[in-house]
Design a binder for this molecule. Structure first.
Ligand SMILES: *Cc1c(COP(=O)(O)O)cnc(C)c1O
Length: 243
């Protein structure tokens, strides 16, 4: 039987168990890495019912990750209070639907998209926090800026008025080696230490490395991730995915 369905029928105890395990894993991975800063656990909600999402919020989840505009708009009124970040592929013509409903957009990988985010943020009198998505595994089928172009791309984004660059996001290839995570950490640290010339106090707060999903979050924490994005590891298997 489909796991999502059976979980719904037997209550939410599976989410509680998973949540507790993930929290313990985070603690352990941070201790192993000698880290004393913070790693945020993001609950990725695609295909998950609002009831299950709300149960996770009751357990202590404070941050949700959305990657489908329509699904988010359909579900958001049913959610209890939580911060929401947009993490999925985003078409420029959909920016207007989410710009006032999320506090960060993780998936910025084109100047056109960044321009539209800046324009729409301006209309709402706000500055939008964004991450630049890096295709660290250099996979042809995936979105994201190449590691080599990331610094120049950051500079282009920083030229826009209503955007604050918070860091980088990546979706490493499944089962990739730890070197890929290490390369991502190195890239993040290098831009942080030596920002583009047009970085200023207003538009540059490079404190976020969004890396790590259900299968690789402990490795991601070892290599400096500050937000791990967990879907199936928390809520159970999805019937379908778009990534
Ligand atoms: C679905 C998704 C996740 C979570 O994936 P899991 O393997 O289910 O934890 C994380 N990040 C993005 C961008 C996603 O689309």
């Amino acid at each position: 039987m489909d796991k999502l369905l059976s979980n719904t029928q037997t209550g939410f105890s599976d989410i509680k168990e998973s949540y507790e395990k993930i929290c313990a894993d985070i603690k352990q991975a941070m201790a192993d890495a000698g880290r004393t800063d913070e790693v945020k656990l993001m609950a990725v909600t695609k295909t998950v019912s609002p009831e299950r999402v709300n149960y996770a919020i009751d357990l202590g989840v404070e941050l949700l990750g959305e990657n489908r505009v329509q699904e988010f708009l359909d579900k958001r009124d049913s959610y209890k209070t939580a911060e929401v970040h947009f993490i999925g592929g985003l078409q420029t013509n959909k920016v207007k639907y989410i710009i006032d409903k999320v506090t960060m957009i993780h998936s910025v990988d084109s100047v056109r998209l960044a321009e539209e985010i800046s324009r729409r943020a301006g209309q709402h009198g706000k500055i939008m926090d964004i991450l630049v998505e890096v295709n660290i595994g250099e996979e042809e089928t995936k979105g994201g800026i190449s590691a080599q172009s990331a610094r120049d791309f950051c500079s282009e984004v920083l030229a826009l008025p209503n955007i604050r660059l918070r860091g980088l996001m990546t979706i490493p290839p499944p089962w990739c080696s730890e070197e890929v995570f290490a390369a991502m950490q190195k890239l993040f640290e290098s831009i942080k230490a030596d920002p583009p010339e047009n970085a200023g106090e207003e538009n540059f707060l490079f404190d976020t490395l969004s890396m790590g999903m259900s299968g690789d979050y402990t490795t991601a924490i070892k290599y400096g991730s500050t937000i791990i994005r967990i879907g199936s590891g928390l809520f159970g298997y999805r019937k379908y995915t778009n990534n």
